[in-house]
Design a protein. Structure first.
Length: 306
């Protein structure tokens, strides 16, 4: 594309560890998460305009993505404009590659990209910390899309601290045309816990398991595979039981670990190295799945220069 203005690329994410606490009185859950940004991106172009408008296309189905003020990227642009006193608007052009409602934070990546792009377009020159604070007002995953790399998230997931991750981790993703609603999956998780279908100690979430941090620091996918966990997975499988077949096929095809990504329905398979990931991708594709090979960690939302 040759759209004038500012171009920003922001990554999708995987939760390589995701512990979810009990439902709190405020309607939220505390979490302890290890996020990794991976090489599946959203691309956004921003150019000055009188109003706030958006156009959306992509290699994934975008038919359910709102193209009005409900869109998280538009909300991000409006929030930044209000914060800095900008009186004009912006046109956002988004090309999506992260599955919509797929548990990989695509909407949050769009919002992060909009914050970075509009900050540059309007010359507001906010610090990274200031953009992070704005991002946290938009959603728990937005600050990580700004940060990228590998990080530990606590609280609602937006209290971030960078985590040292050595080397490269290769993943194969199986995407689904039909998304899952994150609130619906959280609701199902609460239901399963309340009726005893899932054993659950009603203690507060503490932190990410030390084994996860050690494996990331060592750059050891085999060690990481022993600690991959997602408390949301049981709920996602209860809503979409066919995802279990996908996970089992990935295990049989040689994945070191198989997990539902976030609230699903994207499933993620950890491979030992690049070659093993390509073999796994071929096996899953041969079974009729849409399989993608990605790697992490990668940088957060950043401006791309022509």
């Amino acid at each position: 594309m040759t759209t004038p203005g500012v171009r920003v690329r922001a990554p999708g994410k995987l939760n390589v560890f995701f512990e979810v606490g009990p439902l709190k009185d405020d309607g939220f859950h505390d979490v302890a998460s290890a996020y990794q940004a991976v090489s599946l991106y959203e691309d956004l172009w921003a150019e000055d305009a009188d109003e706030f408008t958006i156009a959306i296309s992509g290699t994934v189905d975008v038919s359910t993505v709102p193209a009005d003020d409900r869109n998280l990227a538009v909300r991000a642009a409006r929030l930044l404009a209000k914060t800095i006193g900008h009186t004009g608007g912006v046109h956002l052009d988004i090309v999506k590659h992260v599955p919509v409602a797929g548990g990989m934070g695509g909407g949050s990546a769009d919002a992060a990209a909009a914050l970075v792009a509009c900050d540059a377009l309007w010359g507001s020159d906010l610090s990274h910390a200031e953009l992070q604070r704005l991002g946290a007002r938009l959603g728990a995953d937005v600050p990580f899309a700004l940060m990228g790399g590998t990080a530990i998230g606590t609280g609602r997931g937006d209290e971030l601290s960078p985590a040292l991750a050595k080397g490269r981790f290769d993943w194969v993703l199986v995407t689904s045309e039909a998304g899952l609603s994150t609130p619906e999956v959280y609701g199902k998780l609460d239901e399963l816990r309340d009726n005893g279908a899932i054993a659950f100690a009603r203690s507060q979430v503490r932190d990410v398991a030390p084994g996860v941090l050690h494996a990331l620091r060592a750059g050891d996918p085999s060690a990481l595979a022993e600690h991959v966990r997602n408390d949301m997975q049981a709920a996602a499988l209860a809503i979409r039981p066919e995802l279990r077949d996908t996970l089992e096929l990935g295990d049989r095809a040689g994945a070191l670990a198989s997990v539902v990504s976030g609230s699903g329905p994207t499933t993620a398979f950890l491979a030992g190295d690049r070659e093993s990931a390509l073999d796994l991708q071929i096996s899953l594709a041969a079974a009729g799945y849409h399989a993608l090979h990605v790697h992490g960690p990668v940088a957060g939302a950043r401006i791309l220069h022509a």
